[in-house]
Design a protein around this ligand. Structure first.
Ligand code: C2E
Ligand code: MG
Ligand code: MG
Ligand code: MG
Length: 277
């Protein structure tokens, strides 16, 4: 009897799929524990002007896992998003980034830097998102006009009217906005001009393609002219070689980030790098 039931059960489930479901559930439990345990850290990647000065840094979250070591965001952000753990995680990231930004104001070498923070869709679309950001700025003493929020195309498309309204409220306080991974999403040119964006970040796939293929180069060119027409600055992501940097400068990008200048670094290493510039 039991054996037969067992056999029936097995026939309904794909063991590989079951293993994935179990792994995902275990990851969610582990993430929840990690949040309580303070296991997340921010690394910072320099955002460079093409003239060689540093304009700011992008805060990128990592999970400092007791067994697994440094876990990259691609391995846990998707699960955090599905499970709503992205809300407490996103709030932690915002607070930590604003605290560092406020501390940077006290040193002439870092006082002018901007801090870019990635915001996920479910975080942005929460009704209290604007209040939470303004509250975090006030509590940490960070300057709003040094904070830049990175949004993605799919996030912006969800409810353009409501999105513009939220962006305008934050903008009134001085916060600026970048469109992350531009070119990989579903942007429609018909609404791009309605969004109060300050910067387009060209996805690194186009930068890597640009050196090899004409189509990548054409896309970089189009995004640069779009930025000019819409009065937004343009940043090239994922610049790894001098040839790529030469190319994006020739095409008129004003900013870049990538391993050529620096990988994302723990804050002490970022500050050491700045001190040696
Ligand atoms: P992103 O916002 O587009 O961040 C840039 C990613 O490109 C980072 O990966 C960075 O390390 C990587 N990168 C920068 N320059 C180069 C380069 O020259 N070569 C290569 N191969 N990679 C480069 P990372 O840190 O693994 O983050 C991946 C993504 O995870 C981010 O993409 C962002 O979408 C998400 N993410 C990271 N931190 C947060 C966060 O605090 N909140 C949210 N919601 N998402 C985050
Ligand atoms: Mg980003
Ligand atoms: Mg990006
Ligand atoms: Mg990207």
């Amino acid at each position: 009897q039991a054996k037969a039931a067992g056999r029936n059960t097995v026939s309904f489930f794909d063991p590989a799929m079951q293993a994935r479901v179990n792994a995902r559930a275990a990851l969610e439990v582990d993430l929840r524990r990690a949040l309580g345990n303070g296991e997340f850290v921010l690394h910072y990647q320099p955002l460079m002007c093409v003239n060689g000065t540093m304009a700011g840094a992008e805060a990128l979250v990592r999970w400092s896992h007791p067994q697994r070591g440094m876990v990259p965001p691609a391995d846990f952000i998707p699960v955090a998003e599905e499970s709503n753990l992205i809300l407490p995680l996103g709030r932690w990231v915002m607070r930590e980034a604003c605290q560092r930004l406020a501390a940077w104001a006290g040193d002439a070498r870092t006082a002018g830097l901007e801090m870019a923070v990635n915001v996920s869709a479910s975080q942005f679309h929460r009704p209290d998102f604007v209040e939470h950001v303004l509250e975090t700025l006030a509590q940490t003493g960070a300057r709003a006009d040094r904070l830049r929020l990175e949004l993605t195309e799919s996030l912006l498309l969800k409810d353009v009217g409501g999105t513009v309204e939220k962006m305008q409220r934050l903008r009134a306080a001085g916060v600026s906005f970048a469109l992350d991974d531009f070119g990989t999403g579903y942007s429609s040119l018909s609404y791009l001009h309605r969004l109060p964006l300050d910067q387009l970040k060209i996805d690194r796939s186009f930068i890597w393609g640009a050196a090899k293929e004409d189509s990548g180069a054409a896309i970089v060119r189009i995004i640069v002219s779009l930025g000019k027409a819409l009065n937004m600055s343009v940043l090239a992501e994922g610049v790894e070689t001098q040839a790529q940097l030469d190319f994006v400068i020739a095409e008129g990008c004003q900013y870049y980030q990538g391993y050529l200048f620096s990988k994302p670094l723990p804050e002490p290493e970022l500050l050491a790098l700045i001190a040696n510039l």
